[in-house]
Write a protein that binds this ligand. Sequence first.
Ligand code: COS
Length: 379
Amino acid sequence: MLDFSLTDEQRQLQQLARDFTRKEIIPIASEYDQREELPWQVVEKAHEVGLLNVGVPEHAGGLGLGMFEEALIGEEIAYGCMGIFTVLMASELGITPILVGGTEEQQKRFLGPLVERPALAAFGLSEPGNGSDAAAMQTTAVLDGDEWVINGTKMWISNGGIADITVVFATTDRSGGYKATVALVVPKDAPGLSYNKIKHKMGQRASLTSELVFENVRVPRDHQLGGLGDGFRIAMKTLDKTRVPVAAGSVGVARRALDESVKYAKERETFGKPITTYQAIQFKLAEMLMGIETGRLMTWKAAWLVDTGKPHGTEAAIAKAYCSEMAFDAANEAIQIHGGYGYVGEYPVEKLLRDVKLNQIYEGTNEIQRLVIARSILK
Ligand code: COS
């Protein structure tokens, strides 16, 4: 029989993440958004309470939590701040290719340190000239003896410059397509690697997004995940999983939009009555809840498919595209309900909209999600 109830452990984890969000994230979210600064103390505290890098497996010293648990945590953290969600979840994104393509020894070597102290990982796929067409990467990796030499530029890298390790995807032959790609683990302080912070983002400004410039960056050959030519497939398999937390985060944003709307609408009066008495407002609230419940169901289904080892790429794409659009609409309606107050920073709803716009773009644009879904229908 299908069972939608959470286990005691899952409920406790959800409560832990909810309390953490209320105490550590909500009070500082607006300030760090305005300062365009990553709140490192939140990373430290997340590490302290066991909400950081939760996907690191037990054999590497981690908690080895599944995608369902990541989705539970992600929804709660994003309720507080989608930018801070991205700091934590981009680290899980950086960890995932090492789970997908790394040996057990590599997992211990690269992931062990990420649970011993507060530390982040990152994922380096996109480039200035190609995002959706990921196989067209121009960053090169050339073998020189027992070392890979990397040259090129990666773009839009969450946690870039602060992550201890970045999994970088590069090509050994620019005319070789996806078959010539490799995945390499690059430490933060590798000589020849420099970072440029991307400023003036529309939203998610508490997350650090950077350009990574590689000039003859050398990493030992045993930093290679999988075989020669496996890079693209490792990246795709990773994204098939990590689009689930993006969906969960979107649900969190939509829930916040609904809660803020209810709070405001109960206080606000027009024509002598609270605006909650008008169907125009009631229907907006009802639409929001319909989206949240539908989106969460799809997210949980996709997470369950990941955790049970069943095919999940299509469902993750559906969840990611549906939830990010649903959350954008919810944030938009929340602003509408707030009227002029929704358009200024005094209330949190304008930040929800700015933040959640990115969910339609990163980890594959929603156009790419539709392409993935359509391919699965037509194959
Ligand atoms: N899992 C496993 N293997 C996959 C795969 C997946 N999800 N998707 C593709 N592959 C494999 C294919 O099976 C194919 O291998 P074979 O020829 O051995 O069968 C190979 O990879 C090439 O696949 P395909 O021809 O489908 O690649 P395309 O260049 O057409 O690209 C899309 C596919 C567009 C889906 C891909 O480039 C993509 O997802 N782009 C978006 C990238 C993205 O999300 N970037 C965000 C970065 S993080 S912010």
